[in-house]
Design a protein around this ligand. Structure first.
Ligand SMILES: [Zn+2]
Length: 134
């Protein structure tokens, strides 16, 4: 039940923080007072990054729901997914781009880093284009 113990996804956050550092990705803050308290937020680029645990957020590949207490886990995971979707929507409405990274993606640090670097680049391009319009 390792997945259950990692509630609050501390270990996945620490892992992503070290991936960001190792790849020279800077400018992030943790747990800013934004909708859903993103795990990482790049304020300048307005990019919010969440690391979603495979169990709690219902990953289609790794969320093996315990057979006991199903009446507890199933609705709880469903509620988490609904909340994730609502948080993403609220952030987008206020001009944030939202990136959700699965816990299992952290097994490939290079790939996770590239996804974030790419999203940051896109946000920077968008800001440059906006400046050009004025
Ligand atoms: Zn997974």
């Amino acid at each position: 039940m390792a997945a259950i113990r990692s509630r609050g996804n501390k270990s996945t956050e620490i892992k992503l923080a070290s991936i960001l550092r190792a790849n020279g990705i800077k400018g992030w803050r943790r747990h800013l007072a934004l909708p859903g308290k993103p795990d990482f937020a790049f304020c300048r680029e307005r990019l919010a990054v969440f690391v979603d645990g495979c169990f709690w957020h219902g990953c289609a590949f790794h969320c093996r729901r315990p057979s006991s207490n199903r009446s507890y886990w199933v609705p709880k995971i469903f509620r988490n997914q609904k909340r994730d979707a609502a948080v993403t929507k609220r952030l987008r409405e206020t001009g944030w781009r939202v990136l959700r990274i699965w816990e299992h993606e952290l097994r490939y640090p290079g790939r996770a880093a590239r996804r974030i670097a790419w999203a940051l680049q896109k946000q920077n391009q968008k800001m440059t284009e906006r400046r050009d319009l004025h």
